[in-house]
Design a protein around this ligand. Structure first.
Ligand SMILES: *[C@@H]1O[C@H](CO)[C@@H](O)[C@H](O)[C@H]1NC(C)=O
Ligand SMILES: *[C@@H]1O[C@H](CO)[C@@H](O)[C@H](O)[C@H]1NC(C)=O
Ligand SMILES: *[C@@H]1O[C@H](CO)[C@@H](O)[C@H](O)[C@H]1NC(C)=O
Ligand SMILES: *[C@@H]1O[C@H](CO)[C@@H](O)[C@H](O)[C@H]1NC(C)=O
Length: 415
């Protein structure tokens, strides 16, 4: 009792593990089947030769002993293989027998067998709680996050949850406590809400350095959000309607490229939601993916009457294949790290975009010409039609010029 060790990770993780080592296991199995047969052959054919007169019948018990030895060997090799592969992927179990593990975490992660056995529709036999496998690396923080009074008020700790998400612990476990409530009064009706200043009082400021929008507006939060919470700011409220330079495309022009079929869209790293607001005015519903890094992005977007999706860019998009008519992104594509990281992101964007849908890359800053060429090659591999393609340069104090890429690309039909 008290020493439950549960495997975490969803079906995806298990599936991946299976495919990664299945070829090795297959080889091993083939090898062991061969050796087993050879051994049996040897045992059956050689014993009469060595004892031609005294032992007329084969020593069956000796053979079966050897066979079971081989089977044990195979079994332990398979276990070793799984272990090696786990180390390779850094994929481990959350060890719930560790000291100081919150009880709520144990309860949440407990597996439940289905009462009637295997479900015929889905093929599953047990219910497994969904939690990111990287949570294992931050298990103390996770345990802190899961320490609360059941049925009571949660600690005011959304930023602790975000800290976990940024460390790859995504999705977070569910909790059984009431999140802090902020009174939200006096919301304006849609579409007036799209461009009206949001009151500091309806936003949550705990865990954020700034305590007001005026303070947040004085900071450069990201390339796509400089003063983006000030809806009276020309830069913000003229975006997508008036071009500041050749890298700016106008929303109406892009919608015309979609020849009327643009109804739902997804904006990655969409700042304070201005893209979604301009789209909403044109009856296009846009979901804006954002975390609350240094500012209350999610609540601000919601206060404008728009749809914030609280998700890191490392998370597979929670949408089915081929659903969106348009995907828009700017600096969010700047994922850094190995080139594979950007490839995974690009393939996921491609997945959720329908054939004929538009991918709008908005003034993406490439640190160098080589970076731009690498991105161009990657995009070209997807076979999108380049409806718009503009490369801009900015000279910054004699250094190498910064390169900006804006493009509208149309997803092809692949057969
Ligand atoms: C068969 O092998 C077992 C174990 O090696 C041995 O104890 C037994 O005497 C053998 N029987 C015959 C008939 O050779
Ligand atoms: C909106 O708020 C900003 C500061 O965040 C302020 O400069 C601006 O005047 C306000 N606009 C309106 C219409 O209240
Ligand atoms: C593109 O982004 C850069 C840096 O973020 C900015 O200096 C430039 O004005 C932007 N260009 C346009 C046309 O928006
Ligand atoms: C948006 O939809 C409303 C209601 O159907 C319609 O009256 C309005 O003209 C539409 N606006 C645009 C820009 O298509």
């Amino acid at each position: 009792m008290g020493s439950v060790s549960l495997k975490i990770g969803d079906g995806t993780a298990r599936f991946r593990r299976a495919t990664l080592c299945s070829s090795a296991v297959n080889l091993l199995m083939l090898f062991s089947v061969l050796t087993t047969n050879l051994f049996a052959l040897y045992a059956f054919t050689s014993s009469p030769k060595s004892h031609p007169f005294h032992q007329t019948h084969k020593n069956i018990s000796l053979i079966s002993e050897q066979v079971s030895l081989i089977l044990r060997e195979i079994d332990s090799s398979q276990k070793k293989l799984v272990q090696m592969e786990k180390q390779l992927l850094g994929y481990e179990n959350i060890d719930l027998s560790r000291p100081n593990i919150a009880n709520e975490l144990k309860i949440f992660l407990q597996r439940h067998q289905l009462p009637l056995g295997k479900d015929s529709r889905t093929g599953i036999t047990e219910l497994v709680a969904s939690v990111g496998h990287s949570c294992e690396k931050s298990v103390d923080l996770l345990s802190e996050y899961m320490s609360y009074k059941v049925n009571g008020l949660c600690p005011d700790d959304w930023s602790l949850g975000q800290k976990l998400i940024l460390r790859g612990c995504e999705p977070l476990p569910r909790r059984r406590c009431f999140a802090k409530v902020i009174p939200k009064m006096g919301f304006l009706s849609f579409p007036v809400s799209l461009w009206h200043n949001v009151s500091d009082k309806v936003l949550s400021w705990s865990g954020i350095g700034c305590k007001s929008l005026a303070c947040v507006n004085g900071k450069k939060l990201s390339k796509d959000c400089v003063g983006c919470f000030d809806l009276g700011n020309w830069n913000e409220n003229q975006r997508y309607v008036k071009a500041r330079g050749k890298n700016d495309f106008l929303i109406n022009d892009v919608l015309n490229l979609g020849s009327g079929g643009i109804r739902i869209g997804f904006d990655l790293g969409g700042g304070s939601g201005t893209f979604a607001a301009r789209m909403a005015e044109r009856n296009v519903t846009v979901v804006t993916a954002t975390l609350n890094i240094d500012a209350p992005f999610s609540e601000f977007i919601a206060a404008r009457g728009l749809f914030p999706l609280y998700l890191s860019l490392d998370h597979r998009f929670p949408f089915h294949d081929n659903v969106f008519d348009i995907v828009h992104t700017g600096s969010a594509l700047d994922v850094g790290g190995r080139p594979e990281k950007l490839e995974f992101l690009m393939f996921d964007i491609d997945r959720i975009l329908r054939a004929g849908g538009l991918f709008w890359l908005d003034n993406f800053s490439c640190a160098s010409d080589e970076k731009k060429n690498a991105l161009t090659r990657l995009i070209e591999r997807f076979g999108y039609k380049k409806l718009k393609w503009v490369v801009g340069e900015k000279i910054n104090g004699g250094e190498k010029p910064e390169v900006y890429l804006s493009a509208v690309l149309q997803k092809p039909v692949r057969v």
